[in-house]
Ligand binder design. Structure first.
Ligand code: HEM
Ligand SMILES: [Cu+2]
Length: 577
């Protein structure tokens, strides 16, 4: 909002150039690494996956805690730079040579590099945890072709994180070694290459955009069947499309580098691959639309947000395909047309399903209903605000406004569009406050919802609202992708509970099953509460602070302490005793 206020008119005086660079960079870095990725896998993934697959917990509960504490610690680490006035100021992709000590000598870039390496540990551990949970902790009978589409989306995201994040970590490591120890990875004069930074960054960066959107696609495939009152059409194709989006996403990174002078003969492959992404994306769009049209849609707030998502995703997707055409990209790269494109995709196609998902699963999380009328109003205000904020950016971009400028001169024909964008962003803010206000109010005043107010098809609706910490009193047996609609099986759960079958009530037990067919394999004894994760996160925070302030000996000591904590963590697992 600071950025938008500064750009509302020509010659803005709200932020000076350095303050603007810090605000713009922190907007991008926070939104990508500390909001949209963690809310997808860390919040929705963590909360829903065990419930949807009929498990009692994630595969590695203590590593899960570690992921959370490192997420928090790395966020505090990075945000301390804001209060020190030394926040990253090089843009969210922080290109070289701007990121070198010669051009950015302060701690700003070191906060960026070390903060993201630190944060990467959390996401990588979280991704591994989700992969093992989805593959090994599904309820008996939940074979891969009966797994919820949300789980497919989360699986695709987690594999993308595991393959993409190490590349970013290496790139950031190279940067810190060049800044602190005089290495020459990106230094032409000593045989390095500034484009290496971009290749490594976007090899991570493009899959990152699918890591952002796939949880949202997973939420859409959960909400649509419930409110269309029918199963998703082409289930296997939609599952495959979710995986394909992630896979193709690893072969397009150089479309961010169409204007760097790389030979066209090389670029055309990336242009072709970028166009190919349309196929799995459109398969999903048509499957969503046909399922709604062939069903009996009930446009309650969650489905409305999904409707908004589809409309904004199509607008953002259409401008995306335009960039795959190299000449068009070379004319518009780094203009506000790009900023418009990725906000339609990120805000429209990722945030809207997240907001719809908050409304959809609110009754499950709290046991209370949100206010439907207020929710519908919050949708329309947010939708109109989104269109007004980001659509004019297309036009002012084509009129030549480049991104990252902290102000502009009058008389270029940009004022009206920027003013509209800023008014839109305030309207959008009102919409978001209405969503959160509704949820906060309903948390205390909402009418009781019961376990299954919308009659959803997946397993989270088969247990109480809120669910007990062990999720299911009796482990459900699954025979279709929509087990909660298999009423007979759910009634059989009660009978099995009375007979004590698959109740698993001694200690911390959860079933494990085979990867493909979901056949009950063994019963796992899960670890119990532990202080090791928070202790390890704390020790690692000291390591990163010492690396930032170049106290390498103390950093070494705390690396040793972290290793000791990790060893102790595995020595005395109470469960085994
Ligand atoms: C809430 C409403 C939002 C508004 C009003 C907004 C506004 C803006 C503006 C005006 C810029 C361009 C800054 C410039 O080039 O100088 C920008 C950049 C950016 N935004 Fe947003 N944005 C919003 C939401 C989001 C969300 C939800 C995400 C991602 C989850 C996001 C990610 C980014 C990124 C990555 C950049 C690029 C920063 C850079 O150039 O380094 N934005 N945003
Ligand atoms: Cu890309």
């Amino acid at each position: 909002m600071l950025i938008r206020t500064q750009l509302a008119g020509a010659n803005g005086k709200v932020l000076g150039p350095d303050a603007y660079n810090q605000a713009m960079t922190m907007h991008g870095v926070t939104m990508i690494f500390f909001f949209i990725v963690p809310i997808g896998i860390g919040a929705f993934g963590n909360y829903l996956i065990p419930l949807m697959i009929g498990a009692r917990d994630m595969a590695f509960p203590r590593m899960n805690a570690l992921s959370y504490w490192i997420f928090l610690a790395s966020g505090l680490f990075l945000y301390s730079s804001v209060f020190l006035g030394k926040a990253p100021n090089c843009g969210w992709f922080c290109y070289t040579p701007l990121n070198t000590r010669q051009f950015d000598p302060g701690l700003n870039v070191d906060f960026y590099a070390l903060g993201l390496i630190f944060n990467g540990i959390s996401s990588t551990a979280g991704a591994i945890n989700l992969i093992v949970t989805v593959f090994k902790l599904r309820a008996p009978g939940m074979s891969l072709n009966r797994m919820p589409l949300f789980a497919y989306a989360i699986l695709a995201v987690s594999f993308s994180l595991v393959f993409a994040l190490p590349v970013l970590t290496v790139d950031l490591l190279f940067l810190e070694l060049q800044r602190k120890a005089g290495f020459h990875f990106f230094d032409v004069a000593h045989g390095g290459d500034p484009l290496l930074w971009q290749h490594l960054f976007w090899f991570f960066g493009h899959p990152e955009v699918y890591i952002i959107i796939l949880p949202a696609m997973g939420i859409a495939t959960s909400i649509i069947p419930t409110f269309a009152k029918r199963k998703m059409i082409a289930f296997p194709l939609v599952a495959l499309a979710e995986l394909l989006v992630a896979f193709i996403g690893f072969g397009v990174w150089a479309h961010h580098m169409f204007a760097t002078g790389i030979a066209t003969a090389q670029l055309i492959f990336f242009a072709g691959a970028s166009m190919m992404v349309v196929i799995p994306s459109t398969i999903q769009i048509f499957a969503w639309l046909f399922t709604v049209n062939l069903g009996k849609p009930d446009f309650r707030a969650p489905l409305l947000f999904i409707g908004g998502f589809i409309a904004l995703f199509v607008i953002g997707g259409l401008s995306g395909i335009m960039f795959a055409a190299i000449p068009f990209d070379q004319a518009t790269t780094d203009s506000y047309f790009v900023v418009a494109h990725f906000h339609f995709i990120i805000f429209g196609a990722a945030v809207f399903p997240l907001l719809g998902g908050m409304y959809y699963w609110f009754p499950k999380v709290t046991g209370r209903m949100y206010h439907e009328g207020w929710a519908k109003a919050s949708f329309w205000v947010t939708f109109v605000g989104t269109m007004l904020t980001f659509f004019p950016m297309h036009i002012v971009g084509l009129l030549g406004m480049t991104r990252r400028i902290y102000t502009y001169a009058p008389g270029l024909g940009w004022e009206a569009y920027n003013l509209a964008e800023t008014i839109g962003s305030f309207l959008l803010t009102v919409g978001l406050l209405m969503v959160f206000g509704n949820l906060l109010w309903s948390r205390f005043r909402g009418v009781p919802s019961g376990p299954d107010p919308f009659y959803g098809g997946t397993l989270e609706w088969a247990t109480t609202s809120p669910p007990p910490h062990y999720n299911f009193a009796v482990i459900p047996i699954v025979r279709s992708p929509y087990p909660n609609w298999d009423r007979e099986d759910r009634e059989d759960d009660v009978r099995r509970f009375e007979r004590g079958q698959l109740v698993l009530e001694s200690g911390h037990e959860t079933p494990a099953s085979t990867v493909r067919d979901g056949v009950l394999d063994e019963v796992l004894e899960m670890p119990s509460e532990s202080g090791w994760p928070i202790l390890l996160a704390f020790a690692l925070s000291i390591v990163f602070i010492m690396l930032l302030t170049t106290h390498y000996v103390i950093a070494g000591i705390f690396i040793a302490i972290s290793a000791l904590i990790l060893a102790a963590w595995h020595l005395k697992e109470p469960a085994e005793e």
